[in-house]
Design a protein around this ligand. Structure first.
Ligand code: C5P
Length: 235
């Protein structure tokens, strides 16, 4: 499985998104793997997915599904028709939900996008997890347990902090993918991310894919920032 940099297209309209992607449309510029999240998907619907796909980008559709197994299975069947390369759900929906999702996502010819589980959101602290969710185990144990459940259900990997990537691989095997946001250049701004890592450090720890938003989308020269990420992470 090749390592790659995924750019988070956190824009609220088609116009802003395409204006950004136009910078990558020139001759000799590679087409980056991109992530479409709830903001853009809810603003523009499935047509934006088709349009970006038609421009030649690989797509991670980050909609984080979480519902009863039958509903998730049917929703995933619809998403598989969008021909995305990767999509995701919440591991807390249970192993039964993850298995149903995988079934729904699998096309008649047996192919399917990579299905990745969110473990505990990185915005959830140990304190809130205990008080609000009544989960009293240490966070890293909870994350590894969810990753194990996702692997048992047949999923391809998890979204996690780059700092957890090594341990996820130890727990679930080297081939189990770790998709990691929270990446910043050593000389860049951290913004609202708390536990951040540089692309080079994420590579060292063993992330398979890094998801990078603002350090690329808000850069003066996004193509140069993307290339710097690729050079540091992929080499
Ligand atoms: O701009 P930035 O690089 O912080 O963007 C990171 C992207 O990864 C955003 O789309 C954010 O929603 C997503 N993400 C995250 N942390 C998670 C899961 C997703 O930052 N735990």
């Amino acid at each position: 499985m090749g390592k790659d940099v995924i750019i988070a297209l956190d824009f609220d309209s088609r116009e802003k998104t395409l204006a950004f992607l136009d910078r990558f449309a020139g001759e000799g510029i590679e087409k980056p793997f991109v992530k479409i999240g709830m903001e853009l998907y809810y603003a523009e619907g499935p047509s934006i997915v088709r349009e970006i796909k038609a421009r030649g980008h690989k797509i991670f559709l980050d909609l984080k599904l979480h519902d009863i197994p039958n509903t998730v299975k049917k929703a995933m069947a619809v998403l598989s028709g969008l021909d995305v390369d990767m999509t995701n759900l919440h591991a807390s929906g249970t192993k039964a939900m993850m298995e149903a999702a995988l079934e729904g996502l699998t096309r008649p010819d047996g192919t399917r996008p990579l299905l990745i589980a969110v473990t505990q959101l990185t915005s959830t602290s140990q304190e809130r997890m205990e008080a609000d969710l009544l989960i009293e185990k240490p966070m890293d144990q909870v994350v590894m347990h969810y990753a194990r459940c996702a692997a048992d259900a047949g999923l391809a990997g998890v979204v996690c902090s780059p700092l957890e990537a090594g341990k996820v691989h130890e727990t679930c095997g080297a081939g189990f993918l770790t998709v990691t946001p929270g990446v910043r250049f050593a000389d860049g701004e951290v913004g609202d991310q708390v536990r951040v890592t540089t692309p080079a450090k994420a590579k060292e720890i063993g992330s398979d894919y890094i998801v990078v938003g603002r350090p690329i989308t808000q850069a003066e020269d996004p193509v140069a920032a993307y290339r710097r990420c690729v050079a540091e992470f992929v080499g």
